[in-house]
Ligand binder design. Structure first.
Ligand SMILES: Nc1ncnc2c1ncn2[C@@H]1O[C@H](COP(=O)(O)OP(=O)(O)OP(=O)(O)O)[C@@H](O)[C@H]1O
Ligand SMILES: [Mg+2]
Length: 300
């Protein structure tokens, strides 16, 4: 009996002890889980804050990008306007140059050329009535007068042929090619005209004439070829002017790389005139093959 009672007391004490340890462990477990929840909440709060900060940073960057785009758009618009104004001014300059050339050509025609013609007629008239013996020295002067007359006509035509304004570009191309053929019998010129006079705008006529003048000049000076094909035609939506030679050709990049006075003005002038009149200018050249110049304008 005595030993049973002791065992019971010992068991009770062990149970109490176990309970205390169990409660302690539960307490610790609770504390750990509380701490973990706290940590997890803190981590997720941090993450949310971080995401919010990133969002507002991105929004700020996007806003800056947007305003930069707007500013660039304004600047590009301004640049476009200035370029357009520059093109218009240059084009007006070209028109003014043509008007001036026309005026000077007219003055030479009405002044110097008329004067030479009158002198020539008067001398011829005097010669008719003169005794042959006295006439000879005067006859020697006549060729000099003719040269003077020819020269002033040549200058006048070079400035701006009246033909261009009187009869139009188609007649002028034919006349110019005939003259070129006379001066350069070693170069055959073939023309193909597939357009009506009224289909070529006035500004384009002048440019076609100036491009032809420079291109044929270049062909006679630099190409060493013996055939030139000139085409003026209306194709679908464009007016095309093409000058093709079968000469030695050249390296365009090498010519463009030349600086200052080494560099000619002809190619640049043709390109500028074409572009200012609303056209597109292309030049293709290959050594040993020849050169092709193509100026084209959209039909409006
Ligand atoms: N049809 C061509 N065949 C061969 N070479 C050419 C031809 N056209 C131009 N070139 C070459 O291109 C160069 C530049 O031509 P561009 O008309 O610009 O100047 P330029 O004729 O030398 O001088 P400028 O025209 O100012 O009197 C010429 O010097 C020549 O070397
Ligand atoms: Mg030239």
């Amino acid at each position: 009996m005595g030993s049973d009672a002791r065992t019971q007391v010992e068991l009770l004490s062990e149970i109490k002890d176990l309970r205390t340890r169990l409660e302690k462990t539960l307490g610790e477990l609770h504390a750990i889980s509380k701490n973990r929840n706290h940590q997890a909440r803190k981590h997720s709060d941090d993450q949310i804050r971080w995401v919010n900060e990133r969002d507002s940073e991105r929004a700020r960057a996007e806003e800056m990008l947007r305003s930069e785009k707007v500013e660039r758009g304004h600047a590009e618009k301004e640049l476009g306007k200035t370029q357009k104004q520059l093109r218009e001014v240059s084009f007006r300059l070209l028109l003014a140059e043509e008007t001036e050339r026309k005026r000077i050509a007219q003055e030479i025609h009405d002044g110097i050329s008329q004067h030479w013609s009158t002198v020539k007629l008067r001398v011829e008239e005097i010669l008719k009535n003169l005794d042959q013996h006295i006439a000879t020295p005067l006859e020697d002067i006549l060729p000099l007068i003719r040269v003077g007359l020819e020269e002033s006509r040549r200058i006048q035509m070079h400035l701006r042929p009246a033909l261009l304004d009187d009869l139009g570009i188609l007649a002028t191309i034919k006349w110019f090619c005939r003259e070129f053929q006379k001066a350069q019998p070693g170069i055959r010129v073939e023309t193909r005209i597939n357009i009506q006079e009224e289909e070529v705008p006035a500004t384009v006529k002048t440019v076609v004439y100036r491009v032809m003048q420079e291109a044929l000049n270049n062909i006679s000076r630099h190409s060493n070829g013996n055939l030139v094909k000139i085409t003026l035609e209306r194709t679908e939506g464009t007016t095309e002017f093409i000058i093709q030679d079968n000469g030695r050709g050249f390296d365009l990049n090498a010519v463009l790389a030349l600086k200052g006075s080494e560099r000619g003005l002809g190619l640049a002038g043709m390109k500028e005139r074409t572009q200012l009149s609303g056209g597109t200018f292309h030049l293709e050249s290959a050594e040993g093959v020849g050169t092709t110049i193509r100026a084209s304008w959209p039909v409006s």
